[in-house]
Design a protein around this ligand. Structure first.
Ligand code: 5CA
Ligand code: ZN
Length: 409
């Protein structure tokens, strides 16, 4: 699949700070120390509805990770998937009578437009589940040969007990896992499984559902976790730097993905850090396609909201916090954008070198974007209070905000 166009990232004087991120598996901050090419996998959308503020907030967080790495003069190998065949997509298409491939294509195209408008850097590899199937099938066959997968009425399941590290990503106990598995696409109640938590790898063909050639697995379609594993192993390999997504993916998705990959390769760990963004809510409930309580990026754009203001609204919240989207969040961002734009259009101001250092330090410290915004606010206030005579400062502020926060002033 093609991704979307990249916006320019201006080079800044000096170099960025080494990144520390909160890692779900250790429960604390870890120093991320990538090689010259940093490797990140961020779980992509299931394209059955438009990009809402929750999606945008999560992709914004991982965009900041890349901007910090680029500022330390590293290259970034960024991979993202599109779950372009899965139960919720097929169910939505069945409900509306639309062809499921047309639905997936339309929503993926809209997602690309939203990402472009928000100036989120594109992945180098943007891979759909359907196009990944020829790579997924041999992995499942191998798990079966290894005795790590078994059949239940033609469907193939992964045996979580074959991974000695199972549970290390989320750190949850069996009861909590069981509850979440039932909520998030698993089938703990299905009879015939070795362990209720075992996730499906291959769903044998059902009447009325799309299916693909599965070689020795028979016709069918892939399970969710193995999709991301096949794509990540193909383009990043084991031990990549960051596996990212919203906090609703820690279990089962990232836990199962890590186990699949660790059993397949005999190596540990799958990713060096598992990084999770908080959930954005509307009217007190997690914003979700299944609940339908959504504020879409595309709707706001159509109403004439500047995408830079949407981005500032996201940046005003720490990525790990759960927060609520409200009209006030947006109007504060619109007001801040206006203030910042007016400030950088003035011919001079106080020196901005300290500001650059503060923004770098804030982002390197577990992506503290609210602190970075406060630092820019302080520079803008100082300029308003006593002017300043540095003619290079407004330009440096503008480039800092562009390169590190993705906001074009
Ligand atoms: N296709 C899978 C991942 S392989 C999937 O979870 N798709 S999704 O469309 O449901 O979500 C895409 C990303 O947005 C995921 O990282 C998910 O954790 C995140 N996300 C979904 N809802 C919210 C929300 N309300 N707040 C923050 N992030 C969210
Ligand atoms: Zn995923």
């Amino acid at each position: 699949m093609h991704a979307w166009p990249a916006s320019d990232v201006p080079a800044l004087p000096g170099t960025g700070r080494p990144l520390r991120l909160h890692d779900t598996s250790t429960g604390g901050p870890v120093s991320i120390d990538p090689g010259p090419v940093a490797r990140i996998y961020v779980c992509g959308i299931t394209p059955y509805d438009a990009t809402h503020m929750g999606h945008a907030a999560t992709y914004n967080a991982f965009d900041l990770v890349q901007r910090v790495w680029l500022d330390t003069k590293r290259q970034v190998q960024y991979v993202q998937n599109v779950t372009d065949v899965d139960d919720p997509l097929l169910e939505r298409a069945a409900d509306t009578g639309e062809d499921w491939t047309a639905l997936a294509e339309r929503e993926t195209a809209l997602f690309r437009e939203d990402m472009t408008a928000l100036r989120l850097l594109p992945p180098a590899h943007y891979i759909g589940a359907v196009e990944a199937i020829p790579g997924i099938v041999p992995l499942i066959e191998r798990l079966r040969e290894m005795g790590a997968a078994y059949d239940v009425e033609g469907d193939v399941y992964f045996s979580v007990e074959t991974d000695p590290h199972f549970g290390a990503v989320s750190g949850l106990d069996a009861a909590a896992m069981r509850l979440l598995a039932a909520e998030r696409g698993g089938d703990p109640e299905r009879p015939g499984k070795k362990n209720p938590l075992d996730p499906m790898l291959w769903r044998t063909r059902r009447e009325g559902e799309p299916s693909w050639d599965g070689a020795s697995l028979g016709p069918g379609r892939p399970g969710w976790h193995i999709e991301c594993v096949a794509i990540a192993l193909d383009h990043l390999g084991m031990g990549f730097d960051v596996q990212g997504g919203g906090s609703d993916l820690a279990f089962p998705h990232h836990e199962m993905g890590a186990s699949h990959a660790q059993v397949l390769t005999g190596e540990y760990p799958y990713a060096k850090a598992y990084v999770h963004a908080g959930m954005v809510a509307l009217d007190g409930e997690k914003m979700s396609k299944s609940r339908g309580n959504l504020v879409f990026v595309s709707t706001l754009r159509r109403e004439g909201v500047d995408p830079a203001a949407i981005r500032l609204a996201l940046l005003a919240h720490h990525y790990r916090a759960d927060w609520e989207w409200t009209d006030a969040v947006l109007s504060e961002a619109v007001e801040r954008l206006g203030r910042w734009r007016a400030a950088v259009s003035r011919p001079d101001g106080p020196s901005a070198e300290g500001l650059l250092a503060e923004v770098r330090e804030a982002l390197a410290d577990d992506l503290d974007a609210p602190r970075a915004l406060a630092a820019v606010d302080a520079w803008v206030a100082l300029q308003a209070a006593d002017g300043g005579t540095d003619t290079g400062a407004p330009g440096l502020v503008s480039r800092t905000v562009d390169a590190l926060l993705g906001v074009a002033l």
